[in-house]
Design a protein around this ligand. Structure first.
Ligand code: PLP
Length: 419
């Protein structure tokens, strides 16, 4: 098939050329005296992305799921109670893992399309005067439904109840895209992975642990081996890993961290908001369809889950988009299987790139009998993007030095013209 595949599943995301090139490296001795430079560069960069001074980042050759397990098994003991809410496939899978590991999960089941229920968390934590609950789990961005949750609000609920439970956050599809503040929000374990906001292939589990979480290790009795944080910490302290690290991905990560620093986290968050708002305009104002997220406060800036009219199978729209237009959209999972399709708008992305998703999804919907007005999605998104100021991260991809050189050149040209 001519032309490239347009990838809009909400992870893995598009890998920028710069990162692809950075991963083409010869293998090297991971026990050499030079190796710690790579490890230390990565750890320093990750601290910036997690916005932490107190947290310790960890990088595992795994995916995000591995770090779910690392967070639990290095802090908790069999039979411990954790509080968790379920409102989508990923919040469900973390709960399932807790149960399989022998934890007692106090589950708050919520309507899919909503997120972490702050009031219920607050009530449960206040009522738990014996401090039975050892950890509170929150999925910041439920990728299955396109729902974002208020993590600062969870911290407030813990503080108001003066509850000592640890706060564990899944930020797999939000870190490096949606605002995340490890220190300010008093997060104890933040779980992420390489294939979303970091714009890398899957293969690295990325975790950050607070001193309070690490202090739980000696008393925690869940079994751990591969994901033992102390093994990892001891090796990392000297710049090494307890086993063979995923070298190519780590060189890619260095480049990704550079790109994140060049654009700036605040700008990245603003760009994701701006792009997401254009997509939402296409869905609600253009196509007159609704999002799975029930209210504006739940709207995710990294993924939009678009509900299809009754009688239309989401699987047909997704298959048509893929087979006819070479466009990869995300499908509905579990409870929402067949009812929606998802557009991932995270990572290396701009307006025109997203137009491919909007137009392609619209063509696939029309082919499958959805009564949307042709051209209406693009018209609404374009109206939004053209009438709102774009964050500075959009425009040509330039390295920081090039941008600074351009800015200097244009300042001196202006001065000469005036002078
Ligand atoms: C919110 C969320 N949590 C956890 C995971 C699992 O991560 P991984 O597939 O990297 O193991 C995903 C994957 O998409 C996710 O979106």
């Amino acid at each position: 098939m001519a032309g490239r595949n347009f990838l809009f599943v909400p992870g893995p995301t598009n890998v920028p050329d710069r990162i692809q090139r950075a991963m083409v490296v010869s293998m090297e001795d991971h026990r050499s005296p030079h190796f710690p430079v790579l490890t230390n560069t990565i750890m320093a960069g990750l601290k910036n992305v997690f916005r932490t001074k107190v947290g310790t980042p960890f990088v595992f050759p795994s995916s995000g799921t591995g770090c779910w397990e690392a967070a639990l098994t290095n802090t908790l003991s069999p039979g411990d109670t954790v509080l968790a809410s379920r409102f989508g496939q990923f919040s469900h899978l973390w709960i399932d893992m807790c149960e399989r590991l022998g934890l007692n999960v106090e589950i708050v089941d919520c309507e899919w399309g909503t997120g972490v229920p702050l009031q219920q968390y607050a009530d449960i934590l206040k009522a738990d005067t014996q401090h039975r609950i050892k950890a509170v789990l929150a999925c910041q961005n439920e990728t299955a439904t396109g729902v974002v949750s208020d993590i600062a609000g969870v911290r407030e609920a813990l503080d108001e109840a003066k509850h000592p439970a640890l706060l564990f956050v899944d930020c797999v599809s939000s870190l490096g895209c949606i605002d995340f503040r490890f220190d300010d929000w008093g997060v104890d374990m933040a779980v992420s992975g390489s294939q979303k906001g970091f714009m890398l292939p899957a293969g690295l589990g990325i975790l950050c642990a607070s001193p309070k979480a690490l202090a739980m290790y000696p008393n925690s009795k869940l079994k751990r081996a591969y994901f033992d944080l102390v093994d990892m910490q001891q090796a990392n302290a000297n710049g090494y890993f307890p086993y063979t690290p995923a070298l190519s991905l780590m060189y890619g990560l260095v480049e990704a961290l550079k790109m994140i620093e060049e654009e700036g986290l605040d700008q990245i968050v603003a760009r994701h908001r701006y792009l997401a708002r254009g997509v939402r305009a296409a869905v609600t104002e253009g196509w007159k369809l609704s999002l799975c997220a029930k209210e504006e406060k739940w709207y995710s800036d990294t993924v939009s889950a678009v509900m299809l009219p009754a009688g239309i199978a989401g699987t047909d729209v997704i298959a048509r988009a893929y087979h006819r237009y070479n466009l990869s959209l995300g499908g509905g999972l579990s409870k929402v299987a067949g009812k929606l399709f998802r557009i991932g708008h995270l990572g290396d992305m701009n307006e025109i790139h997203l137009m491919a998703a909007i137009n392609g999804a619209e063509m696939a919907m029309l082919d499958c009998g959805v009564a949307v007005k042709p051209g209406s999605g693009a018209a609404a998104a374009s109206e939004f993007w053209r009438s709102n100021p774009a964050p500075s991260g959009l425009g040509p991809h330039l390295a920081l030095q090039e941008r600074q050189a351009l800015a200097r050149a244009s300042a001196s040209a202006t001065a000469t013209a005036r002078g």
